[in-house]
Design a protein around this ligand. Sequence first.
Ligand SMILES: NC(=O)c1ccc[n+]([C@@H]2O[C@H](COP(=O)([O-])OP(=O)(O)OC[C@H]3O[C@@H](n4cnc5c(N)ncnc54)[C@H](O)[C@@H]3O)[C@@H](O)[C@H]2O)c1
Ligand SMILES: O=C(O)C(=O)C[C@@H](O)[C@H](O)[C@H](O)COP(=O)(O)O
Ligand SMILES: [Zn+2]
Length: 354
Amino acid sequence: MTTIRVETDAPYEVHVGRGVLVERLRASLGDAQRLLVVHQPAMSRVADHLKAELDGIEVLLAEVPDAEAAKRIEVAQFLWQIMGQAEFTRTDAVLGLGGGAVTDLAGFVAATWLRGVRVLQAPTSVLGIVDAAVGGKTGINTEQGKNLVGAFHHPAVVVADLELVDSLPRNELLTGFAEIVKAGFIADPRILELLEGSFDAATDPTAPEFEEVVARSIEVKARVVANDFRERGEREFLNYGHTLGHAIEHTERYRWRHGAAVSIGLVFAAELSRLAGRLPESVVDRHRAILQSLELPTSYPVGRWQTLLGTMRKDKKARGSMLRFVVLDDVAKPRILEGPDDSLLFMAYQSLAD
Ligand SMILES: NC(=O)c1ccc[n+]([C@@H]2O[C@H](COP(=O)([O-])OP(=O)(O)OC[C@H]3O[C@@H](n4cnc5c(N)ncnc54)[C@H](O)[C@@H]3O)[C@@H](O)[C@H]2O)c1
Ligand SMILES: O=C(O)C(=O)C[C@@H](O)[C@H](O)[C@H](O)COP(=O)(O)O
Ligand SMILES: [Zn+2]
């Protein structure tokens, strides 16, 4: 088992290993008398197993709709209702069991119930393990956009049991790699070398290369959120590729996976960096080559620019009417580009055409 400590004002550990779920969760329950397990349909058998194993505590199971359909106020309301009926108190705890959509939702419900109860995160997708479950950003979507309502709320522990990843479909596993590629370009070039060295090994959950890219990505995230939990500076770099990525998810009515939209967003941000005179073309090409080797999309139909631009104006990095983007000066040299000309943005968008 690998353990990575996140040194925030309320430090916690991220455990990654096989068969570690029950034991690590049990060790982190503290004095909770009730545990609300918020899980995706794909995790219902694991949730039943947890209920049987965690004796001495009342375990409430709440299955929520799959993927982004869970990140809605109606689903949060359903969970608040269960907690109210169970007389859930401040010593009780919530567990997010599933992909990033569920860890975001469970974290949000824990952050808001009684103004904050403990949340334990058990991510089961690659994306959830390397990114969503770590760092304490929680939230839900609204009609207007992605993650527009949420709270910063540290998890008490993150337990990533790689045995659960065995059932993750291959395409879902690969979309999670968009965030791994992001971590490589903003902070850790070794991740990119490992991916380029052998895509097969790096994406095989039983291979040491997979464990290394996963651990390195978590370490990138842990370092950044320890320095800047509330995103007043450096944490914005974790949003590389997300300004357009989130707008695509919204425009596509959340039928796209986050990782697929971020993949296109990464190419857009790299092209914007190049057009702004910062990044050599070779590094932009490297983005495309790595993402395409992972079977992730790197192009997007032209003709949706005005809708996407309107949605990007609601991005959390915007200040008033000024759009702000994470760009690169080089690999591992992220910067903020403030208020680029619409014409520059449009040129970057046009470069996404097939
Ligand atoms: N809070 C953060 O810092 C942060 C970071 C990155 C992404 N996110 C959010 O995470 C979400 C994306 O996460 P995701 O890609 O995991 O999507 P997801 O949670 O929708 O999961 C993707 C699919 O995989 C299935 N699945 C998950 N684990 C499985 C398993 N072990 N076996 C079989 N099926 C499994 C799910 O049921 C779903 O159908 C987005 O909402 C995104 O905004 C949040
Ligand atoms: O943890 C962060 O900070 C990130 O930006 C990580 C992103 O991968 C993640 O998708 C996050 O949910 C985006 O946050 P948002 O603030 O842009 O909604
Ligand atoms: Zn993301």
